[in-house]
Design a protein around this ligand. Structure first.
Ligand code: AHM
Ligand code: MG
Length: 332
């Protein structure tokens, strides 16, 4: 049996197809995988180390931060800073973006937007959580400092995006715009190995994922779509299965592998929904499209939305193209 490729071997192999590649992106993704290994270890020792539970601090959005959120935030920040290829990061856990000091050559050309631990309400109950990241080129290369507009780029110009899911196994899934590949962490060896090459949404509609507890706040189109999902029609595989654990990465990942649509609509009580455009929706939208699916805010392709703020929220729908087209019929 041939030995599976490690994540870094795979990235290097891909990099060789682009003669102009400098290796900076490889190093950057290397930093992300390193930090995710630390988070993996911490999550797996969580109960033992008293890392679980609230830290007592609140983040900029008024949400209680969990200790693991803070741990992961520091790990990703430090790893990305240390390699010198990233000039600034925006994190769900930080009010403002953080600019790193430039290396001597001043050549750091990437910026990163990250949700270090997504699904933190699940930390205490052993439900999978994740990390979501998005990588852009810095636009303000001629100016001295990184500027907010470096982060307010449309999702469609992302250089790379991905997530890490800390579940029954830890997996890193990413795209650079040439398909989606998944790597499973082997803790005994300490490395990620290619386990899910060239991921595509299955064609057969199967699952819908939404917090149905908020139905009273949804508009009519969403309610009618949910009725449609639950209606019996064996010719079209309905009713679909309902699955929702409340960790975006876990719900998205399951739907990607098993064929399902994820919905977090705007609501009467929160017109822009809950999820954040820059470091939750854009990276997952990039992956969804690369896996043959679609992602929208209900009216517009997510990757075409013009961001106005670092922590901007947006309604979010993502899934296989056929399920997204069905949904669209109800949102007209
Ligand atoms: P977080 O980034 O603060 O953890 O919040 C985002 C999470 C997503 O992972 C998940 O899809 C959503 O919040 C669940 O929200 P709700 O409890 O409203 O269904
Ligand atoms: Mg989050």
């Amino acid at each position: 049996m041939s030995e599976p490729m490690t994540l870094i071997e795979f990235i290097l192999h891909k990099q060789n197809e682009f003669p102009e590649a400098t290796g900076d992106l490889t190093n950057l993704l290397g930093a992300i995988q390193l930090a995710s290994k630390h988070v993996h270890r911490q999550i797996n020792r969580a109960g033992l180390l008293d890392i679980l539970g609230a830290s007592g601090e609140t983040n900029i959005q008024g949400e209680e931060q969990q200790k693991l959120d803070l741990f992961a935030n520091e790990r990703f920040k430090n790893a990305l800073k240390a390699r010198g290829h990233v000039c600034a990061i925006a994190s769900e856990e930080e009010e403002h973006f953080i600019e790193f000091e430039q290396n001597e050559k001043g050549t750091s050309k990437y910026i990163v937007a990250i949700d270090p631990i997504d699904g933190s309400s699940n930390i205490d109950v052993n439900v999978p959580v994740g990390t979501i990241f998005s990588i852009y080129r810095r636009l303000s290369c001629t100016s001295e400092s990184v500027v907010l507009s470096d982060f307010l780029q449309r999702g469609r110009v992302q250089v790379a995006a991905g997530y890490v899911i800390y579940g029954t196994s830890t997996m890193l899934v990413y795209t650079t715009g040439y398909g989606v590949n998944g790597f499973t962490f082997d803790a005994t060896v300490g490395d990620f190995f290619l386990s899910h090459p060239n991921i595509h949404y299955p064609e057969k509609p199967n699952i819908f994922s939404i917090n149905e507890g908020y139905t009273a706040y949804f508009d009519q189109g969403i309610r009618q779509y949910l009725d449609f999902c639950k209606e019996e029609n064996s010719d079209y595989g309905r009713p679909y299965k309902a699955r929702y654990v409340g960790s975006l990465v876990a719900d998205f990942h399951r739907n990607l592998l098993q064929g399902g649509i994820y919905l977090y609509p705007g609501m009467r009580t929160a017109t822009d929904g809950k999820l954040r455009l820059l470091y939750e929706c854009n990276p997952l939208a990039f992956i969804a499209e690369q896996a043959g699916g679609k992602a929208t805010n209900g009216h517009q392709r997510t990757l075409d939305v013009d961001p106005r703020q670092l922590h901007q929220r947006t309604p979010f729908f993502a899934g296989p193209s056929n399920m997204m087209e069905q949904l669209q019929e109800f949102l007209r």
